[in-house]
Design a protein around this ligand. Structure first.
Ligand SMILES: Nc1ncnc2c1ncn2[C@@H]1O[C@H](COP(=O)(O)OP(=O)(O)OP(=O)(O)O)[C@@H](O)[C@H]1O
Ligand SMILES: [Mg+2]
Length: 303
């Protein structure tokens, strides 16, 4: 049985009387990478802060690794690594000095080795002895990740970890996150707007808006529920006039390409057979079966 590492039950939080988190319930199982999605101001960072005991809920129940972050904050922080939107460092100190400082604070057993390991993993070895004050946004981000991992946490909260990273840096980091999850079973909550990057990385997704849960499920489950119609683009020599082909509605008709809308994926082989019986098909591609389309469909449906 999978263990529930993080549980939120009917959590409410207001700031100066304005509700920000509304009756929010979800859980994260051990060893899961959860994509935490929602528009600006929907409450992702606030939720992460609640889970870390930085702020307290007005009502509801929270547990992280079996502990209540409100009453057992130290136990929670011991087990969790957090990358916040803007991690704070000491500018006049080098990257290595900063990490060694925090390693000391977290009582890391072999600080020098651990810091070297993380500098390497985060691609910072060449910059290890530069002052953080002159670091670029992406370099600071990488350092923030190294800091979050210092004490080998079993749970990681990553708030927009790849924002500001170049494509190479983002890829390296996401691969590293995946490795941490696969090799050490680290449970991860990943808040992001970069949907393409996390589509295949996350095991499950939570969508929130205005502090409310909109949807919760794996990509396949959510696609099944929300992405009903499928757009299929076919590269073909067939020329069709009209708005349909043998009962399949045509969405777009451009020279060399036809785009169809099919209601269920089970219809695709029939459509392809029909096309092949009348002409050549060079390629066929499904459109709109991705996390971004899902995001907009869920927002539309729940609006
Ligand atoms: N300390 C605070 N005092 C007052 N309002 C706050 C505070 N922290 C957050 N909020 C409000 O709570 C709402 C949710 O903010 P939050 O930072 O959690 O959103 P988010 O989902 O992380 O957004 P983004 O995608 O932009 O990072 C916003 O309306 C924000 O202004
Ligand atoms: Mg945020």
């Amino acid at each position: 049985m999978t263990q529930e590492m993080i549980v939120l039950e009917k959590i409410n939080k207001s700031f100066s009387g304005v509700p920000v988190i509304n009756n929010l319930s979800f859980m994260v199982h051990q060893g899961e990478i959860l994509g935490f999605l929602g528009p600006n101001g929907s409450g992702k960072t606030t939720t992460i802060r609640l889970l870390n005991g930085v702020i307290t809920p007005d009502s509801g129940r929270l547990t992280v690794a079996g502990f209540n972050p409100v009453t057992a904050g130290d136990e929670v922080r011991k087990r969790c690594g957090v990358l916040t939107e803007s991690a704070a460092f000491y500018g006049p100190m080098t990257a290595r000095e900063n990490l060694l400082f925090f390693a000391d604070l977290y009582a890391v057993a072999t600080p020098t080795r651990r810091v070297d390991e993380l500098l390497h993993a985060c691609g910072l070895t060449p910059h290890a002895d530069k002052k953080v004050a002159v670091f670029s946004t992406g370099m600071k981000k990488r350092l923030g990740i190294a800091k979050a991992l210092l004490h080998q946490p079993e749970i990681l909260f990553l708030d927009e970890p790849t924002t500001g990273l170049d494509p190479e840096g983002a890829r390296t980091l996401l691969d590293y996150i995946q490795e941490l999850n696969r090799r050490f079973g680290v449970t991860i909550i990943l808040a992001t707007h970069l949907l393409k990057q996390v589509e295949t990385l996350c095991h499950r997704f939570i969508f929130i808006d205005q502090g409310r849960l909109l949807a919760d499920g794996t990509f396949a489950e959510l696609a099944e529920k929300y992405l009903t119609a499928i757009n299929l683009q076919v590269e073909t020599d067939l020329e069709i006039t009209g708005t349909e082909f043998q009962g399949f509605p045509l969405e777009k008709n451009t020279p060399g390409f036809l785009q169809f809308k099919v209601e269920r994926k089970e219809q695709i082989p029939f459509l392809l057979k029909a096309l092949l019986a009348s002409g050549s098909v060079y390629s066929a591609q499904i459109y709109g079966r991705d996390l971004e389309t899902l995001y907009f469909r869920i927002k539309e449906e729940k609006a």
